[in-house]
Design a protein around this ligand. Structure first.
Ligand code: 5RP
Length: 240
């Protein structure tokens, strides 16, 4: 029996998801598609580019959730727009992205790549959200294992941290790698990573955290009902 590494699972799920969605006519020529961020989302971008190159898809209009994705689209020659572009007019047909945690209710934590602000704007503006992931991302409850990212205006770091601690969170300012000081997001803000000792109500917390002055957006995604593709180590891909 085959045993795929996590990297192999990510590659597999991106390819299978794009091919399946094309077969089911959920991805089609002329559509407006939001493209996520991270190593798994990149495998879907790569497969999408292949299906454009082989002539299956034409006139795809992409909206990217980060510089990483915009750069990849530019590399592959996939035309990139913003939600504000006349041709997009604020609404997407479908968005596809990875996730850090996926609960049994298909609620998510996203933002491991610090891109959750644009991811949420774009994915909440999309008719259909598709999440692709390896099996390690399935969890029983959100927020106790992988930290919830909260993007904050730099000047509000301390009061926001205090407010998050009042909600029971253990808070850590995300530090840069090969960059001194905190991570600065694509939007010029900072990230506070939050974990809880006990399971939390993600539906309530998604709104509650956003009501703290100085918070830009948090990484709970509970307001969509995504199609989820999961790749397993045995080489199978399941759709949830
Ligand atoms: C970026 C994200 C990513 O989708 C999430 O972190 C998963 O990343 P990867 O596919 O590299 O494991 O939310 O902000």
């Amino acid at each position: 029996m085959s045993s795929l590494t996590q990297k192999e699972q990510k590659k597999l799920v991106g390819k299978v998801a794009i091919d399946t969605l094309i077969e089911k006519k959920l991805i089609f020529s002329g559509m407006k598609i939001g493209l996520g961020t991270g190593s798994t989302a990149m495998t879907a971008v790569t497969r999408l580019a292949e299906r454009i190159s082989d002539g299956t898809l034409r006139d795809i209009k992409a909206v990217s959730t980060s510089f990483q994705t915009a750069n990849a689209c530019e590399e592959y020659g996939i035309p990139v727009f913003t939600l504000n572009s006349k041709l997009i007019n604020g609404k997407l047909d479908l968005a596809i992205d990875g996730a850090d945690e996926i609960s049994p209710e298909k609620h998510l934590i996203k933002g491991g790549g610090a891109a959750h602000v644009k991811e949420k704007i774009i994915e909440y503006s999309s008719n259909q959200l598709v999440i692709i992931a390896d099996e390690s991302k399935l969890v029983a409850t959100l927020g106790t294992k992988f930290a919830l990212p909260v993007e904050v205006i730099a000047d509000a770091r301390v009061p926001v941290t205090q407010a998050l601690e009042k909600l029971g969170a253990k808070c850590v300012l995300r530090e840069g790698v090969r960059k001194c000081g905190p991570v600065i997001t694509d939007n010029g803000n900072q990230i506070i990573d939050c974990t809880w000792e006990q399971p939390v109500n993600a539906v309530k917390l998604e709104d509650k955290i956003n009501s703290i002055t100085g918070v830009v957006e948090n990484g709970f995604f509970t307001k969509k009902n995504p199609i989820v593709f999961i790749a397993n180590a045995d080489g199978s891909v399941q759709e949830l």
